[in-house]
Design a protein around this ligand. Structure first.
Ligand code: PAF
Length: 283
Protein backbone atom coordinates (compact mmCIF):
# COMPACT_ATOMS: atom_id res chain seq x y z
CA UNK A 1 0.00 0.00 0.00
CA UNK A 2 1.43 3.37 -1.05
CA UNK A 3 1.91 5.89 1.78
CA UNK A 4 2.17 9.69 1.86
CA UNK A 5 4.31 11.22 4.60
CA UNK A 6 5.10 14.85 5.38
CA UNK A 7 8.08 14.66 7.71
CA UNK A 8 11.73 13.76 7.37
CA UNK A 9 11.48 11.46 10.42
CA UNK A 10 8.72 9.39 8.81
CA UNK A 11 10.76 8.93 5.62
CA UNK A 12 13.82 7.90 7.59
CA UNK A 13 11.81 5.44 9.70
CA UNK A 14 10.31 3.79 6.62
CA UNK A 15 13.60 3.56 4.73
CA UNK A 16 15.29 2.14 7.85
CA UNK A 17 12.68 -0.66 7.94
CA UNK A 18 13.22 -1.46 4.28
CA UNK A 19 16.99 -1.51 4.78
CA UNK A 20 16.60 -3.96 7.69
CA UNK A 21 14.83 -6.28 5.23
CA UNK A 22 17.77 -5.87 2.82
CA UNK A 23 15.69 -4.01 0.21
CA UNK A 24 17.07 -1.57 -2.37
CA UNK A 25 15.59 1.93 -2.67
CA UNK A 26 15.12 4.26 -5.65
CA UNK A 27 14.33 7.98 -5.37
CA UNK A 28 12.37 10.02 -7.92
CA UNK A 29 12.66 13.72 -6.96
CA UNK A 30 9.75 15.79 -8.35
CA UNK A 31 7.92 19.05 -7.81
CA UNK A 32 4.58 17.27 -8.20
CA UNK A 33 1.79 17.83 -10.72
CA UNK A 34 2.97 14.55 -12.13
CA UNK A 35 2.60 13.58 -15.81
CA UNK A 36 3.77 10.72 -18.03
CA UNK A 37 7.34 12.04 -17.92
CA UNK A 38 7.43 11.52 -14.13
CA UNK A 39 5.58 8.22 -14.55
CA UNK A 40 8.43 6.95 -16.75
CA UNK A 41 10.92 7.79 -13.97
CA UNK A 42 8.80 5.95 -11.39
CA UNK A 43 8.53 2.97 -13.79
CA UNK A 44 12.31 2.92 -14.18
CA UNK A 45 12.84 3.06 -10.41
CA UNK A 46 10.21 0.36 -9.82
CA UNK A 47 12.01 -1.84 -12.37
CA UNK A 48 15.48 -1.34 -10.82
CA UNK A 49 14.70 -1.24 -7.07
CA UNK A 50 12.66 -3.08 -4.45
CA UNK A 51 11.10 0.16 -3.16
CA UNK A 52 10.52 3.59 -4.71
CA UNK A 53 10.26 6.93 -2.91
CA UNK A 54 8.82 9.89 -4.84
CA UNK A 55 9.44 13.32 -3.36
CA UNK A 56 6.71 15.83 -4.19
CA UNK A 57 7.91 19.28 -3.16
CA UNK A 58 7.72 22.63 -4.95
CA UNK A 59 11.11 23.86 -3.85
CA UNK A 60 10.94 27.63 -3.21
CA UNK A 61 14.74 27.92 -3.25
CA UNK A 62 15.05 27.17 -6.97
CA UNK A 63 12.62 29.91 -8.08
CA UNK A 64 13.84 33.46 -8.77
CA UNK A 65 11.89 36.44 -7.32
CA UNK A 66 9.95 37.06 -10.58
CA UNK A 67 9.33 33.38 -11.36
CA UNK A 68 6.22 31.20 -11.03
CA UNK A 69 6.56 29.79 -7.46
CA UNK A 70 3.05 30.88 -6.42
CA UNK A 71 1.30 29.77 -9.60
CA UNK A 72 3.24 26.50 -10.03
CA UNK A 73 0.51 23.82 -10.34
CA UNK A 74 -0.09 21.48 -7.40
CA UNK A 75 -2.40 18.45 -7.07
CA UNK A 76 -1.37 15.89 -4.44
CA UNK A 77 -4.46 13.66 -4.91
CA UNK A 78 -3.75 13.27 -8.60
CA UNK A 79 -0.04 12.70 -7.84
CA UNK A 80 -0.84 10.00 -5.26
CA UNK A 81 -3.00 8.10 -7.76
CA UNK A 82 -0.27 8.27 -10.41
CA UNK A 83 2.51 7.16 -8.03
CA UNK A 84 0.42 4.24 -6.79
CA UNK A 85 -0.50 3.17 -10.36
CA UNK A 86 3.19 3.09 -11.30
CA UNK A 87 4.35 1.06 -8.34
CA UNK A 88 5.74 3.83 -6.10
CA UNK A 89 5.76 2.95 -2.38
CA UNK A 90 6.16 6.26 -0.56
CA UNK A 91 5.48 9.91 -1.35
CA UNK A 92 7.45 12.46 0.66
CA UNK A 93 5.35 15.64 0.57
CA UNK A 94 6.87 18.11 3.04
CA UNK A 95 5.89 21.70 3.82
CA UNK A 96 8.62 24.25 3.01
CA UNK A 97 9.15 24.71 6.79
CA UNK A 98 10.00 20.98 7.12
CA UNK A 99 12.76 21.33 4.51
CA UNK A 100 13.96 24.83 5.47
CA UNK A 101 13.78 25.46 9.20
CA UNK A 102 14.20 28.94 10.67
CA UNK A 103 17.81 29.96 10.37
CA UNK A 104 18.53 27.64 7.43
CA UNK A 105 21.80 28.92 6.00
CA UNK A 106 23.70 26.13 4.21
CA UNK A 107 23.75 25.80 0.43
CA UNK A 108 25.23 23.56 -2.23
CA UNK A 109 26.53 25.73 -5.02
CA UNK A 110 28.27 24.85 -8.28
CA UNK A 111 30.36 26.96 -10.65
CA UNK A 112 31.10 26.40 -14.41
CA UNK A 113 28.30 23.95 -15.35
CA UNK A 114 25.65 26.29 -13.93
CA UNK A 115 26.97 29.39 -15.70
CA UNK A 116 25.56 28.55 -19.15
CA UNK A 117 22.10 27.82 -20.60
CA UNK A 118 19.34 28.06 -17.95
CA UNK A 119 21.89 29.18 -15.33
CA UNK A 120 22.32 32.47 -17.25
CA UNK A 121 18.66 33.43 -17.20
CA UNK A 122 17.90 31.75 -13.83
CA UNK A 123 20.83 32.79 -11.62
CA UNK A 124 19.62 31.23 -8.33
CA UNK A 125 18.04 28.15 -9.86
CA UNK A 126 20.82 25.55 -9.67
CA UNK A 127 21.89 26.53 -6.17
CA UNK A 128 18.30 25.76 -5.13
CA UNK A 129 18.27 22.49 -7.09
CA UNK A 130 21.64 21.29 -5.75
CA UNK A 131 20.70 22.20 -2.19
CA UNK A 132 17.30 20.48 -2.21
CA UNK A 133 18.54 17.41 -4.09
CA UNK A 134 21.44 17.05 -1.60
CA UNK A 135 18.94 17.23 1.23
CA UNK A 136 16.68 14.64 -0.41
CA UNK A 137 19.70 12.38 -0.97
CA UNK A 138 20.62 12.71 2.72
CA UNK A 139 17.05 12.12 3.90
CA UNK A 140 16.27 9.08 1.71
CA UNK A 141 19.80 7.73 1.13
CA UNK A 142 18.66 5.82 -1.98
CA UNK A 143 20.73 3.42 -4.05
CA UNK A 144 19.64 5.14 -7.27
CA UNK A 145 17.98 8.44 -8.20
CA UNK A 146 16.07 9.16 -11.40
CA UNK A 147 16.02 12.41 -13.39
CA UNK A 148 14.50 13.28 -16.77
CA UNK A 149 16.71 14.24 -19.70
CA UNK A 150 14.29 17.08 -20.45
CA UNK A 151 16.09 19.02 -17.69
CA UNK A 152 19.39 18.18 -19.34
CA UNK A 153 21.50 20.78 -17.57
CA UNK A 154 20.01 19.73 -14.22
CA UNK A 155 20.97 16.11 -14.97
CA UNK A 156 24.55 17.13 -15.83
CA UNK A 157 24.75 19.29 -12.70
CA UNK A 158 23.49 16.48 -10.43
CA UNK A 159 25.91 13.96 -11.99
CA UNK A 160 28.74 16.43 -11.43
CA UNK A 161 27.62 17.13 -7.85
CA UNK A 162 27.59 13.46 -6.81
CA UNK A 163 31.02 13.06 -8.38
CA UNK A 164 32.48 16.20 -6.73
CA UNK A 165 30.99 15.45 -3.31
CA UNK A 166 31.50 11.64 -3.35
CA UNK A 167 27.80 10.96 -2.93
CA UNK A 168 27.34 7.21 -3.31
CA UNK A 169 24.12 7.23 -5.35
CA UNK A 170 23.75 6.08 -8.94
CA UNK A 171 22.17 8.78 -11.12
CA UNK A 172 19.92 7.49 -13.90
CA UNK A 173 18.86 9.79 -16.76
CA UNK A 174 15.58 8.87 -18.50
CA UNK A 175 14.41 9.89 -22.01
CA UNK A 176 12.15 12.87 -22.72
CA UNK A 177 8.48 11.87 -22.97
CA UNK A 178 6.52 13.78 -25.63
CA UNK A 179 2.88 14.40 -26.44
CA UNK A 180 1.70 12.69 -29.64
CA UNK A 181 2.36 15.92 -31.57
CA UNK A 182 5.92 16.27 -30.24
CA UNK A 183 5.62 18.77 -27.37
CA UNK A 184 7.82 17.65 -24.47
CA UNK A 185 5.70 16.85 -21.40
CA UNK A 186 6.01 19.50 -18.72
CA UNK A 187 3.94 20.63 -15.75
CA UNK A 188 4.28 24.16 -17.18
CA UNK A 189 2.39 23.15 -20.36
CA UNK A 190 -0.77 23.75 -18.31
CA UNK A 191 -0.04 27.52 -18.47
CA UNK A 192 -0.56 27.53 -22.27
CA UNK A 193 -3.87 28.62 -23.79
CA UNK A 194 -4.97 26.80 -26.94
CA UNK A 195 -3.24 29.23 -29.33
CA UNK A 196 -0.02 29.06 -27.30
CA UNK A 197 -0.26 25.26 -27.06
CA UNK A 198 -0.24 25.17 -30.88
CA UNK A 199 2.63 27.69 -31.08
CA UNK A 200 4.67 25.62 -28.57
CA UNK A 201 5.06 22.91 -31.20
CA UNK A 202 7.80 25.03 -32.72
CA UNK A 203 10.18 23.85 -29.97
CA UNK A 204 9.97 20.15 -30.81
CA UNK A 205 9.83 20.89 -34.55
CA UNK A 206 13.09 22.79 -34.20
CA UNK A 207 14.59 19.97 -32.08
CA UNK A 208 13.62 17.38 -34.73
CA UNK A 209 15.15 19.62 -37.43
CA UNK A 210 18.43 19.84 -35.51
CA UNK A 211 18.48 16.09 -34.87
CA UNK A 212 17.91 15.47 -38.56
CA UNK A 213 20.83 17.72 -39.56
CA UNK A 214 23.12 15.84 -37.14
CA UNK A 215 21.84 12.50 -38.42
CA UNK A 216 22.71 13.61 -41.96
CA UNK A 217 26.28 14.46 -40.90
CA UNK A 218 26.27 18.20 -40.13
CA UNK A 219 28.98 18.95 -37.56
CA UNK A 220 29.06 22.75 -37.67
CA UNK A 221 27.22 23.98 -34.56
CA UNK A 222 26.50 27.47 -35.97
CA UNK A 223 24.80 25.92 -39.00
CA UNK A 224 22.58 23.74 -36.81
CA UNK A 225 21.74 26.59 -34.43
CA UNK A 226 20.94 28.99 -37.33
CA UNK A 227 18.50 26.54 -38.91
CA UNK A 228 16.83 25.80 -35.55
CA UNK A 229 16.65 29.50 -34.67
CA UNK A 230 15.06 30.36 -38.04
CA UNK A 231 12.43 27.70 -37.45
CA UNK A 232 11.54 29.10 -34.00
CA UNK A 233 11.43 32.67 -35.33
CA UNK A 234 8.82 31.61 -37.89
CA UNK A 235 6.37 31.39 -34.95
CA UNK A 236 5.13 34.86 -33.94
CA UNK A 237 4.30 33.87 -30.33
CA UNK A 238 7.77 32.43 -29.69
CA UNK A 239 10.62 34.40 -28.19
CA UNK A 240 14.01 32.73 -27.87
CA UNK A 241 15.87 32.80 -24.55
CA UNK A 242 18.67 30.61 -25.94
CA UNK A 243 19.46 27.89 -28.47
CA UNK A 244 22.93 26.50 -27.81
CA UNK A 245 25.13 23.49 -28.35
CA UNK A 246 27.41 22.58 -25.44
CA UNK A 247 29.79 19.82 -24.38
CA UNK A 248 27.45 17.47 -22.54
CA UNK A 249 29.73 17.12 -19.49
CA UNK A 250 31.04 20.68 -19.00
CA UNK A 251 28.02 22.58 -20.44
CA UNK A 252 30.47 24.90 -22.24
CA UNK A 253 29.63 25.97 -25.81
CA UNK A 254 31.38 24.20 -28.68
CA UNK A 255 31.79 25.03 -32.37
CA UNK A 256 32.10 21.55 -33.85
CA UNK A 257 30.32 18.30 -32.99
CA UNK A 258 33.60 16.53 -32.24
CA UNK A 259 32.50 15.11 -28.85
CA UNK A 260 29.23 14.11 -27.13
CA UNK A 261 27.11 17.25 -27.11
CA UNK A 262 23.83 18.64 -25.87
CA UNK A 263 21.72 20.93 -28.05
CA UNK A 264 19.39 22.79 -25.69
CA UNK A 265 16.86 25.59 -25.96
CA UNK A 266 14.64 27.75 -23.79
CA UNK A 267 11.84 29.60 -25.57
CA UNK A 268 9.07 31.81 -24.24
CA UNK A 269 5.64 31.11 -25.63
CA UNK A 270 3.75 34.14 -24.40
CA UNK A 271 4.74 34.35 -20.71
CA UNK A 272 5.56 30.63 -20.39
CA UNK A 273 9.20 29.60 -20.57
CA UNK A 274 9.59 26.12 -22.07
CA UNK A 275 12.72 24.03 -22.58
CA UNK A 276 13.60 21.17 -24.92
CA UNK A 277 16.80 19.48 -26.10
CA UNK A 278 18.57 16.55 -27.67
CA UNK A 279 21.80 14.75 -26.85
CA UNK A 280 23.84 13.88 -29.97
CA UNK A 281 24.66 10.52 -28.39
CA UNK A 282 20.94 9.58 -28.43
CA UNK A 283 20.59 10.11 -32.18
O1 PAF B 1 13.24 18.60 -11.84
C1 PAF B 1 12.55 18.95 -10.86
O2 PAF B 1 11.35 18.76 -10.80
C2 PAF B 1 13.23 19.68 -9.71
O3 PAF B 1 14.21 20.55 -10.18
C3 PAF B 1 13.81 18.73 -8.64
C4 PAF B 1 14.92 17.87 -9.19
C5 PAF B 1 12.69 17.86 -8.09
C6 PAF B 1 14.38 19.55 -7.47
O4 PAF B 1 13.41 20.35 -6.88
Amino acid sequence: MMKIVNTIDEVRRQVREWRKEGLTVGLVPTMGYLHEGHASLIDASHRDNDRTVVSDFVNPMQFGPSEDLESYPRDIEHDAALVEAHGGDLIFHPEPSEMYHDGFSSFVDMTVLTEELCGLSRPVHFRGVCTVVSKLFNIVQPDRAYFGKKDAQQLAVIRHMVDDLNINIQIIGCPIIREADGLAKSSRNTYLNSQERQAALVLSQSIFLGEDMVRKGETNCDAIISAMTAKIKSEALAEIDYVKIVDCKTMQQIKQLDRPALCAMAVYIGKTRLIDNFFTEDI
